[in-house]
Design a protein around this ligand. Structure first.
Ligand SMILES: Nc1ncnc2c1ncn2[C@@H]1O[C@H](COP(=O)(O)OP(=O)(O)OP(=O)(O)O)[C@@H](O)[C@H]1O
Ligand SMILES: [Mg+2]
Length: 458
């Protein structure tokens, strides 16, 4: 089943409409009550005024018994006052003298409002088939001659109230409809940047990192848009870096394989061929019993020793066996001495807290990072002094490698790395540290030397 899920702006608009509707209906209800009360009171007052008029003007006619003139007066009063439904004039004994009905009076009407002894006027509400009638009775000359009764119809009051209500309902409907349109339109304008942001976030989630919010405003939503742009930019940069690094890793693996193959071909295979030749010569000489001249075994042994030496070197190049043989700190010392002595850079190495054995991946990572930093110092820095500080502290391995060389502008390097894919040693260091949940930071500037700091949880 399809469920109604109103948007934010629909909710706001509906809520406002509901408030206006409730307020409007309450207003209409109160207005109806007040208007009908006021008009009702006015109707009664008019009833009294007409009855008093008739009583004073009709008294003489009653006394002289001029019922024709009295009848005329009643008819005139009826036609002048549309609210007057009927007029009854009775004598002092209660006998009907003149009536606007003619000869037939509705049943029970005569008895519906009789003045008690000593009362000169009173009003009764009578419910008839035609609706509510306010019946006003007034005595003529204090009851000495008779009484006049006027029936005032409520119809005019009811139609006035209902006319008024119709107008009010119309106004409330216009207010509700109008405010819905205005609020809906306003909130559309207000939420449009949010909708744009939602779409952009969805696209980023689908992998399109080039999404940006165009022309973000200066308000809070605009600020959100700018933060989004920064985030997307950062993601895109990281993604590019990651790709470059992957490429570099794959290429360098490939190159390493080629180098190993070449080395095996040019060195080991050559030497083994030469050993084979020497052994063949020795075999021939032994068969023919001619063992004069050079001893062929001596050559073969020398070749074998050389081949063994070459193989060891190849293995050492491939894996940091020094780590296995010496442990982390001495291995680093040996790399530092080996590389930096050639360039005449003095190295100071300090290591604190290395009492326990570290996990192999932590050792290898730390070794590779420091090795790259040392290689960079040797290749790029022209430094006179370098320091390497290592310590095991607070559950992490912390290292700092600094030099007093020419330094570099890290912005330049980032740009070059992105544009040409070169110089990925620094990125590789960072990547290695973060693979183990650690971090690496660089501090460098032209002419200010270079400092690499890293921390790896152990
Ligand atoms: N200690 C340093 N002193 C001066 N410049 C440095 C130092 N370390 C790095 N750089 C500069 O930063 C650049 C990037 O270094 P990075 O190690 O990423 O690449 P690389 O050494 O050029 O190449 P590779 O990818 O083979 O390591 C270097 O080319 C160099 O200009
Ligand atoms: Mg490098």
């Amino acid at each position: 089943m399809h469920r109604f899920r109103p948007s934010f702006r629909t909710k706001v608009a509906l809520l406002l409409c509901a408030v206006i509707l409730v307020l409007g209906l309450t207003g209409i209800f109160n207005a109806r009550r007040d208007i009908s009360r006021i008009l009702g009171a006015e109707l009664e007052e008019r009833g009294y005024a007409i009855a008093n008029d008739l009583a004073s003007n009709g008294a003489g006619l009653m006394l002289t018994g001029d019922l024709v003139a009295l009848h005329d007066m009643v008819n005139r009063t009826m036609s002048n006052n549309p609210d007057v439904r009927y007029i009854l004039v009775s004598d002092m004994r209660g006998q009907l003298e003149v009536s606007s009905f003619g000869n037939t009076i509705p049943d029970g009407l005569l008895e519906a409002n009789t003045l008690p002894e000593g009362v000169t006027s009173q009003m009764r509400r009578i419910l008839t088939e035609e609706g509510l009638i306010r019946d006003v009775a007034v005595s003529i000359l204090d009851g000495g001659v008779g009484s006049v009764r006027i029936g005032m119809s409520d119809q005019a009051v009811i139609s006035a109230v209902s006319d008024n209500s119709t107008t009010l309902i119309l106004l409330v409907a216009i207010a509700v409809g109008g405010s819905f349109v205005v609020v809906y339109w306003l909130s559309h304008i207000l939420t449009r940047p949010l909708a744009q942001l939602v779409i952009a976030v969805q696209r980023v989630a689908e992998g399109d990192l080039s999404q940006r919010i165009r022309y973000p405003a200066t308000d809070e939503v605009g600020q959100l848009g700018r933060s989004f742009n920064t985030m997307a930019q950062e993601l895109e940069t990281q993604e590019t870096d990651r790709r470059l690094l992957m490429n570099k890793v794959i290429t360098s693996q490939e190159e390493e394989r080629k180098r190993v193959a070449r080395e095996l071909h040019d060195d080991l295979a050559q030497r083994l061929t030469s050993v084979l030749l020497s052994l063949e010569i020795a075999e021939l000489k032994m068969r023919s019993g001619n063992l004069n001249g050079d001893n062929p075994f001596v050559g073969a042994r020398r070749e074998t020793e050389d081949a063994l030496e070459g193989t060891r070197k190849l293995i050492a190049d491939l894996r940091p066996t020094v780590l296995d043989d010496l442990g982390l700190v001495p291995a680093i010392r040996s790399v530092a001495d080996g590389h930096l002595s050639k360039t005449g850079t003095r190295v100071k190495l300090s290591a604190k807290g290395f009492s326990e054995k570290l996990a192999p991946e932590v050792e290898t990572t730390a070794f590779r990072i420091v090795q790259e930093a040392i290689t960079n110092i040797a290749r790029h820095s022209q430094a006179r002094n370098a320091t390497i500080d290592l310590k095991l502290f607070d559950g992490s391995l912390q290292g700092e490698i600094s030099d007093d060389g020419v330094g570099f502008d890290s912005q330049d390097i980032n740009l070059r790395a992105m544009a040409f894919g070169e110089g990925l040693g620094l990125q590789g260091m960072r990547e290695r540290a973060s693979l183990l949940g650690g971090s690496l930071s660089l501090s460098a500037g032209k002419g200010r030397g270079t400092r690499v700091s890293f921390s790896i949880p152990v």
